[in-house]
Design a protein around this ligand. Sequence first.
Ligand code: PLP
Length: 380
Amino acid sequence: MAEFRTWVEIDLDKLKNNIACLQERLPQNSEFMAVVKANGYGHDAVAVSRICIEMGIKNFAVATLEEGIQLREAGISGRILILGYTVPQKAKTLIQYDLTQTIVDEKYAEILFAEVSERIKVHIAIDTGMSRIGFPEEPEKIENLLSKYESKYQIEGLFTHLCIADSFDKAARDFTYKQIAKFKSLIPIAECHGAKYNHFLNSAGGLFYSDDASKFVRYGIVMYGLKPDISLKLPEPISPILSWKAVIEMVKTIHKGDTVGYGCSFMATRDTIVATVAVGYADGYPRLLSNKGCVLLHGKRVPVIGRVCMDQLMIDITEIGDCVTPGETVTLVGSDGKETILIDELASSIGTIGYECVCNIARRVPRVFLQNGVAVHTIE
Ligand SMILES: *Cc1c(COP(=O)(O)O)cnc(C)c1O
């Protein structure tokens, strides 16, 4: 019997395989930076980080101050870079927890500096084309900035973000090469000012634009075995590490003309065996999969019928028959027998990306870890 109504399983042995494969492909002079923001893309940041440490990884990236603190409080050592915005009033907390902050622009640099007397560790974001954060990539300006700030901050490096490295038409490739060239022209300037850790590769960059001028490869999505873009092929041994299960709470037969769920959006056209499953959109199962999604039961795909509710959903199990009993487990994401539901495909079917679907798996869904084939609840 299942221990929870719904839960996620994270296969840490597969995570190790993914990391090992990516480590082998690292450019010669680059280090692995594990991106564990958003609770490790929903996979549990602390557990994933502990495995990273076991695998020799010394650099981590998160999105927020609180995510950085969570890792430190769990005893994660090494560099923790906050890729996003921290409110300047929390500057002291950055120092207290030895976190490295991204400087998003000049105004932010001034405000943050004014908050503390100690030198905060920073990486300076450079905008090479994404127009999200960063200083414009003009060499003279960067030279001036580095001179101005090197006495105020401990500047570890510059970084930029590739925004179309997961696409291969000519325009996309030209764009990416241009971003890389712009960034690389700044590296000698940064190095002159003692900023040694300059980096520009994310998952797609690391896979398709490998370059040892990038001192870190910031591996996120691919470490979890998912694709930056559905059309891509990942290196052979890399595989998804997350599966998601839920329990059937009741089974009943409805008749032709009966309807299912809110809005009566599904109407039975025959006698239909319906199972109610204990998972819903408050758990992160997308409501857009109403009358559209599938789950796996007894190694077969069965359809979600009616609208996905907050905490429950209904499936049509007529094809499987009345042998199904409450307490049985369905697979929302993952494999059952020969059938597999990939998060990337599920995401694509509702017009989004795997990133969003894993991030949206709610905190209330327990994470169970598989290590050496055994299920455990915490990773020491
Ligand atoms: C999220 C993020 C990454 C990781 O991206 P993936 O596509 O998951 O590898 C790397 N760098 C920055 C700046 C990010 O925000």
